[in-house]
Write a protein that binds this ligand. Structure first.
Ligand code: NAD
Length: 509
């Protein structure tokens, strides 16, 4: 039986799926309840279970793949301009539903409602941005050295599998679905089993806006059952995975087994570098937002704070003071700036990492000492000082509101520490020396780098990782290239074509 929060969530879902009595999958425009093992959802603000639903399981995959093939065929039959108009309409419909979508996200993820409103607005922007690209995605004419006309076409893969994590479900749904469908694909979207609701609602709203049924299908279930079965489906031609490095390895192996490509958007341990000559007040606000927004459950979180020794103590004290003032609380409260950790496993991990730091000699300047809260999965914004880059707390992704402050002396040392990590997702530098800013930006290995700012990303700009943070790019025009495959077409144009067996001399020379 759902608790009152469970009922509240189902009521918030009801306008999207009037007949829904539980969480199901959205397949070819139909809401389908699962038949597998129970998935229990827990309110991160209280630690109480509030709803359970059945894993979609292996059997759902045959049904969803048929629906996706039919949807992709219908979608591809529209002109590119028509597809663009539908996507603009999806953006408009999403904007008209910002509040219910944000509530759904806030209640199930535990993220502050003000952040959720911003994320849903960005999802609308994503559909609008790619709507404009739908009819501008074209090939090239290649000046080959023979009498042939040679041109390229950018063709959709067909059906893509998108697998997303629990930390930003609605954002990662839009981030990956919008470019995928703009390029003419249909998608099977498998959100985290812990946070499927906003993805379901986006799919339903997209159909309300005119998207043919079966273009966006959402399968709700565990990764090792539903997710693995979907990768094995022959209609899936490419996998796009957003999640942890450990699962990313399994996804890459399963994709390789079938000989299909995959994109991996994985975790990070990003270095946020503060030089003595920076505007320290601005750098401090930036450092707070880099690590404490979304309670640190952000792949690009500025989790390693590298501060030049001359201002180390002062800057760490400023950051600790800022952390103390942040308002931690219930996700739906309009004042809340930092919500709880989303789930028990992650909560244990965050607390365990703090304890590991303390064992290795780090000191808590502000925040949690690694002991559990009285209620819910709350971790106070935490600043650890006297951290060395070889400590576990500086090497492992914490994915919580915990920043480790590491001192450095020179620019070379800052770059060396920043690059001494298996990850390479993002990074930042704070300095008023323009030349130094660009030198550092060029030398830190990261897919995204900020100068005197942090965490700005936009759908128009490419995003992805170096090293263990993954490969492939999402967003911007790079995503359109990622979601299409190039075909080279040769046309004979000579009046006296010389067709030869093998490579005839003179042809193609
Ligand atoms: P996770 O790897 O546990 O799960 C991610 C998704 O994979 C879920 O939908 C899960 O059900 C599915 N999954 C799990 N096992 C699977 C399997 N064997 N086969 C198929 N699917 C499977 O990650 P998480 O804990 O949900 O998310 C946190 C991680 O995501 C962090 O490491 C974070 O840095 C990363 N992340 C990266 C980005 C990025 O863009 N680089 C964005 C957000 C989050």
């Amino acid at each position: 039986m759902p608790t009152s929060l469970g009922q509240q969530l189902l009521a918030t879902l009801a306008p999207f799926f009037p007949d829904a009595k539980t969480v199901g999958s959205w397949i070819g425009g139909e809401y389908v309840a699962g038949a597998g093992d129970a998935i229990r959802l827990v309110d991160p603000a209280t630690g109480q279970e509030f709803l359970s639903y059945a894993d979609a399981g292996v059997d759902v995959v045959a049904k969803v793949t048929q629906a996706a093939v039919a949807g992709q065929t219908a979608w591809a039959a529209l002109s590119a301009a028509q597809r663009g108009r539908v996507m603009f309409e999806i953006g408009r419909v999403l904007r008209a539903h910002i509040e219910p979508l944000a509530q759904l996200e806030s209640l199930s993820v535990g993220k502050p409602i003000r952040d959720c409103r911003g994320e849903v607005t960005k999802v609308a922007e994503m559909f609008e941005y790619y709507a404009g690209w739908a009819d501008k995605l074209h090939g090239e004419v290649i000046p080959v050295p023979s009498g042939h006309l040679n041109y390229t076409r950018r063709e959709p893969f067909g059906v893509l599998l998108l697998i997303t994590p629990w930390n930003a479900p609605v954002f990662t749904c839009g981030w990956n679905v919008a470019p995928a469908i703009a390029a003419g694909n249909a998608v099977l979207l498998k959100p985290s089993e812990l946070t499927p609701l906003s993805s379901l609602a986006v799919a339903a709203l997209a159909e309300k806006a005119g998207l043919p049924k079966g273009v966006i299908n959402v399968i709700t279930g565990y990764g090792h059952t539903t997710g693995q079965a979907a990768i094995a489906s022959p209609v899936v031609k490419k996998v796009v995975f957003v999640g942890s490095p450990a699962t990313g390895g399994k996804i890459a192996a399963a994709s390789a087994q079938r000989g299909i490509p995959c994109v991996l958007e994985l975790g990070g341990k990003s270095a946020n570098i503060v030089f003595e000559d920076a505007d320290l007040a601005r750098a401090c606000v930036g450092a707070q937002s880099a690590i404490f927004a979304a309670a640190g459950q952000s792949c690009v979180a500025g989790s390693r704070l590298l501060v030049q020794r001359g201002v180390y103590d002062r800057f760490v004290a400023m950051l600790a003071e800022g952390a103390r003032r942040l308002r931690t609380g219930a996700p739906l409260s309009p004042d809340t700036e930092v919500g709880p950790i989303q789930n028990a496993k992650q909560y244990e991990h965050v607390l365990g990492m703090i304890r590991s730091g303390l064992r290795e000699g780090a000191e808590v300047v502000e925040g949690s000492d690694g002991k559990p809260a009285d209620q819910g999965y709350f971790v106070r914004p935490t600043v650890l000082k006297n951290v060395r880059n070889d400590m576990e707390v500086a090497r492992t992704e914490i994915f919580g509101p915990v920043v480790v402050a590491i001192p450095f002396d020179t620019e070379e040392e800052a770059i060396a520490i920043a690059n001494d990590s298996e990850f390479g997702l993002a990074g930042a530098v704070w300095t008023n020396n323009v030349a130094r800013a660009h030198r550092v930006a060029a030398q830190v290995k990261a897919g995204t780098f900020w100068i005197n700012t942090y965490k700005v990303i936009n759908v128009a700009s490419p995003f992805g990782g170096f090293d263990a943070s993954g490969y492939g790019r999402s967003s911007g025009t790079d995503a359109l290239h990622e979601y299409t495959q190039v075909k080279s077409v040769w046309v004979e144009t000579s009046a006296n074509p010389a067709v030869a067996f093998g490579y005839a001399p003179g042809i193609g020379a």
